[in-house]
Write a protein that binds this ligand. Structure first.
Ligand SMILES: [Zn+2]
Length: 752
């Protein structure tokens, strides 16, 4: 689905600077960030500790044969389906759960009940109509236990179910005989109908155009709930924000519509000769060999009876798709249709197609849709894994943007980079969640966020950067990414404020992957691990831990601090330069730099040094400096006075407070305390040493006869450090005495 708040610049203006006030004291707790025991379990037979599917991984499957017909006057869909459900789990199943998503549009649905007065993207936008499923029949065919059965005799005769129970968007069917574990099967036949909403939670619906209605049908048939090794039956209701979690299978779909309609559907068309004209079939064959877009049915042919086979009032279109978790389709008399070949890395081909009304037909709009579709699918296939379906179809509709296997619905009014953006996003969803089948209802970030991330790379590449965007200033972006009022990314979508979904499901997880890729792991190493995650979990059901474990195992890095900070909590990042001083007060001997982690998120550090003569150099520190320190002091080999020291000079980290990132001599002087109160001679009854405190260049210096001078670092509150020797001096409030600790030994000195 497309994010709601498309224009990010606008969002940034809206939230502007949040709580960026300088915290003087660090709140960082390194044990909270890096502490052992990130994973709550040690893996299982179904999910390996390495992030792979376990040695006994199982998944149930559902194959659908569906016959459906469209009444375009009444906007009524009438269907009957036969689901062949296979129970691969180790459990006997005594009942089945189904998803009845159309029931969201019943007046008394839970989803309607939670729509706030201010309105929502979800539900039917207040349309007054008789929505929801009318289930007219449910039948079950149990397995025939006799041996040596053919495909035809493996099921007993169907029996009608009278006692099925419907609760909001779920239906429960009790079984007379349980389905046996590890391969048991059952056949379920369901007959239903519903009236389509015009605006179906921004995921399906009906658009009026001047040449007829565009029907975009999705969540249009009763679907199996997923039974898995995490929750058993996944029965969270469809409320609107949370998307879908579905089993894989093969779909055979017969769609009966008025003959002046063109139908497109997930998968491949099985009977072109029955539904296209001879000329159109030839043009489709030409398109299948063409990298340029070929018009199959042009704007001037709409309403032309010769552009449709004309023997019957109605036609049945037959489609098939394998390895799919869903199926969606579109039907309209208004469609312009064009197509071009998709070249896949293995040498196989697919076909990009677009259908849209004349209202969308211009070169700054949908006339480029097939070019966008082809480029998008080819990019993702080359970069991650190959596109698996026979066609990729972009349909203009009144949805903002919504994805299904092999077919997507995008806003008919989009133009230029906005149409590219939504098309590329919806087709990116083929990889997440159509191929990598995560549970969208619980973990929106695993499909929307991962998809938004791959969209960035695709957009950079498209047509030599036609729609490439400049790099973001992450310091500024941090006020949006890390805003205080947001829930953590790991929050289920129905559990977060609707306004936060764009941030938490799309932008923030995507930026997290970019940070991991560019600032923590490096592009090559990250891409290898991300690709491996896709490979391991293609057509399977990964959880967040499977993702975290895969990235850690493949890259060989401990990343618990990153998962905790970015995904599981909403931790802020604020790296600060606390102070800079010269070794022995002499710039030619090098500088001692102290940096501090002010907030809870640790990250590696990049520091740029600019000397008085203008030379620049950079120093990188790994995140491990924060594993047991709030502050870190290191020596930098400068040989002349410094003009500036700057943390994160390229603004690549989401640092919420830039004001403490820079040091220069003026800042150093301005921050310097009046040290005259410390000046004097101090002696100890414990050792025969006299320490003379003097001030030189705004630094307190400890002078001991016969010893090199100690240039102390002011740590505040009467505390001074000499990091090179692990020496710490703490004055009392009156400055009449101090305690000196050297490697844990403490000596008391009194003013003479
Ligand atoms: Zn999306």
């Amino acid at each position: 689905m497309i994010k709601i708040l498309e224009n990010l610049k606008f969002v940034i203006l809206l939230v502007f600077f949040i709580a960026n006030s300088q915290n003087e004291k660090s709140v960082y707790d390194y044990n909270l960030a890096f502490g052992h025991g990130f994973y709550k379990n040690d893996g299982s037979e179904t999910r390996s500790t390495s992030g792979k599917p376990g040695h006994s991984y199982w998944q149930n499957s559902a194959d659908y044969f569906i016959k459906v017909s469209l009444d375009d006057e009444l906007k009524k869909i009438t269907g009957s389906e036969t689901i062949t459900y296979t129970n691969n789990s180790p459990d006997e199943l005594d009942f089945l759960w189904f998803q009845l998503d159309q029931n969201l549009f019943k007046k008394d649905s839970r989803g309607n009940a939670i729509i706030p007065l201010a309105g929502s993207r979800n539900g039917a936008k207040g349309q007054d109509f008789d929505g929801g499923y009318n289930i007219s029949s449910v039948k079950l065919s149990y397995e025939n236990k006799k041996k040596k059965l053919s495909k035809k005799t493996m099921f007993l005769d169907p029996v009608s179910v009278t006692g099925y129970q419907i609760y909001d968007t779920r239906m429960k069917v009790n079984l007379d005989k349980p389905i046996r574990p590890r391969g048991g099967k059952i056949k379920i036949e369901i007959d239903w109908s519903f009236i389509s909403p015009d605006y179906g939670s921004d995921r399906m619906g009906v658009l009026e155009t001047k040449n007829g209605r565009i029907f975009n049908l999705a969540q249009w048939y009763p679907r199996m709930c997923v039974y898995d090794d995490i929750l058993g039956w996944n029965t969270l209701p469809y409320l609107g924000a949370g998307e879908f979690y579905l089993e894989y299978g093969t779909f055979d779909i017969h769609i009966n519509v008025p003959s002046d309609h063109i139908v497109v559907c997930s998968g491949g068309l099985l009977n072109p000769e029955e539904v296209y004209t001879k000329n159109q079939i030839q043009l489709l064959e030409k398109a299948a060999k063409s990298d340029e877009t070929v018009i199959i049915r042009g704007a001037d042919e709409i309403n032309d009876p010769y552009s449709r086979p004309s023997e019957n009032d109605r036609l049945t279109w037959k489609f098939k798709i394998k390895n799919s978790r869903d199926v969606a389709w579109s039907s309209s008399s208004s469609f312009i249709l064009d197509a071009a070949r998709i070249n896949l890395p293995s040498g196989k081909k697919s076909i990009a197609m677009s259908v849209y009304p004349v209202e969308s037909n211009s070169m700054d709009s949908w006339a480029r849709s097939t070019e966008y579709t082809k480029a998008s699918i080819e990019h993702y296939s080359n970069k991650w894994t190959e596109y698996p379906y026979p066609a990729a179809i972009n349909v203009a509709g009144n949805q903002g943007g919504m994805e299904y296997p092999g077919i997507v619905f995008c806003d008919w009014q989009r133009k230029n980079e906005s149409l590219w953006g939504v098309t590329d996003h919806e087709f990116g969803h083929i990889w997440f969640p159509m191929i990598v089948g995560s549970n969208e209802r619980l973990h929106a970030w695993m499909d929307e966020g991962f998809n938004t991330f791959i969209n960035e790379l695709s957009t950079d590449e498209f047509n030599d950067g036609e729609y490439k965007e400049p790099k973001r200033n992450m310091h500024r972006f941090s006020s949006y990414l890390l805003r205080e009022k947001a829930e953590p990314i790991a929050t289920p979508p129905d559990n977060m404020k609707e306004i936060n979904l764009g941030l938490l499901a799309y932008y923030k997880p995507s930026e997290g992957l970019i940070l991991l890729r560019e600032q923590v792991l490096g592009e090559k190493r990250f891409d290898e691990a991300f690709k491996e995650y896709i490979k391991r979990w293609s057509y399977k059901h990964p959880t967040p831990d499977d993702f975290y474990r895969t990235i850690e195992n493949v890259t060989g890095e401990e990343l618990n601090w990153f998962w905790r900070g970015w995904f599981i909590n909403n931790w802020k990042l604020d790296q600060a330069i606390t102070r800079v001083k010269y070794v022995n007060g002499d710039p030619s001997q090098g500088s001692i730099v102290t940096i501090e982690n002010m907030q809870q998120m640790p990250m590696p550090v990049i520091i740029e040094f600019t000397t008085e003569s203008g030379s620049k150099s950079r120093h990188k520190l790994p995140v491990e400096i924060w594993k047991r320190n709030k502050k870190w002091t290191f020596k930098y080999d400068s040989d002349e006075p410094l003009k500036r020291v700057k943390i994160d000079p390229d603004f690549v980290l989401p640092d919420v407070n830039s004001s403490n990132n820079t040091w220069n001599p003026e800042i150093g002087a301005a921050n310097a305390e009046n040290l005259s109160a410390y000046v004097g001679e101090y002696s100890s009854s414990m050792i025969p040493v006299v320490i003379k405190m003097v001030v030189e260049n705004n630094e307190l210096v400890a002078v001991v006869d016969g010893q090199p001078n100690l240039y102390l670092t002011n740590d505040g509150d009467g505390k001074f450090l000499f990091e090179e020797a692990d020496l710490e001096i703490q004055f009392n409030e009156e400055k009449s005495s101090f305690e000196m600790s050297v490697s844990g030994q403490i000596f008391e000195f009194k003013r003479k």
